[in-house]
Design a protein around this ligand. Structure first.
Ligand SMILES: *[C@@H]1O[C@H](CO)[C@@H](O)[C@H](O)[C@H]1NC(C)=O
Length: 288
């Protein structure tokens, strides 16, 4: 209690002062007070050390969890089902005037005959549950921008239904209403839909992977659910993304609207399994 001896003297000095908060305290009071202060200090130091350790653990855990999520693939069940939920809150608070949405997909599910669509992504906001959709059926692809439906790539669906990983990127811009669909880094279809020119996709909604939404974050339809595996979903607020770069082995290009590895808003009833980056699993990739 050497500290208290010194502090006791200081406090005693203070105690003699007229308007000190210690005025009138006895030496015993002062000693007890000082010992208490010392104990409190000790506890505070211990707590601070514990807090620092906890923060370190939490940071390590969050990093590990993000890496696990980043390397995870999700399996949407066969037959089509509304049970699987993988929702993200978009990281944007301004409306979208253009976007690029990419994902790796693996499926051989033929959307016929009781299947309406396989939904890859859907974005619903309060004013429009069909803010954005990228989907395909047995034959063609569909994009929906604020309920305007563009059907494209007729006959080009079967090309990837081989239960192998394929990379898909879809871009749209409201400048002219132009869109582009790139598979495995190569252009499959592009065009312009003037009905989507000038359209603005409101902020504040929810992205769903693998389910079509008929309300914000819900209202899924069995016949519009994805079947198969999905990973590496990234969404950008621009159409100036190079899909071939995104698909490259070891690419660290990450969406600024949805970035794979970020905390999902909800993840339910989906099998997930660890998976290396599919681009690096391809034989053509020498980097890994
Ligand atoms: C489609 O892509 C080709 C090749 O990049 C380009 O020349 C053409 O202008 C594009 N068409 C539309 C409508 O964007």
């Amino acid at each position: 209690m050497a500290l208290c001896l010194v502090l006791g003297l200081v406090l005693a000095g203070l105690a003699s002062g007229q308007d000190s908060q210690f005025a009138g305290w006895s030496q015993t009071d002062l000693d007890a007070y000082c010992i208490r202060l010392t104990e409190v200090d000790l506890i505070r130091n211990q707590l601070e050390t514990t807090m620092a350790e906890l923060t370190t653990y939490r940071n390590k855990y969050q990093k590990a969890a993000a890496i696990v999520r980043q390397r995870s693939s999700y399996r949407f069940p066969r037959p089509q089902s509304t049970s699987g939920r993988l929702l993200f809150r978009a990281k944007h608070d301004t409306p979208l005037t253009s976007l690029t949405a990419c994902a790796w997909m693996k499926t051989d599910f033929k959307c016929a005959p009781n299947c309406h669509l396989l939904t890859v992504f859907s974005y619903a906001h309060k004013a429009n549950f069909n803010g954005f959709i990228f989907a395909f059926d047995g034959s063609s692809f569909q994009m929906h921008v604020e309920s305007q439906v563009t059907v494209f790539g007729r006959g080009k669906v079967s090309g990837f239904l081989d239960n192998q990983w394929h990379h898909h990127c879809f871009s749209w811009s409201n400048a002219a209403g132009s869109w582009r669909y790139v598979r495995d880094g190569a252009l499959v279809a592009n065009g312009t839909d003037p009905r989507t020119k000038g359209r603005i996709i409101s902020a504040g909604g929810i992205w769903s992977v693998g389910q079509e939404q008929d309300s914000v974050g819900g209202g899924f339809e069995t016949t519009q659910a994805f079947v198969g595996d999905i990973t590496q979903v990234h969404v950008w607020d621009t159409d100036k993304v190079q899909p071939a770069e995104v698909a490259k082995c070891g690419s660290d290009l990450k969406g600024n609207i949805i970035s794979w590895g970020q905390d999902p808003l909800e993840e339910n009833n989906l099998a997930s399994y660890p998976n290396i980056d599919p681009s690096c699993a391809k034989a053509s990739c020498k980097d890994n």
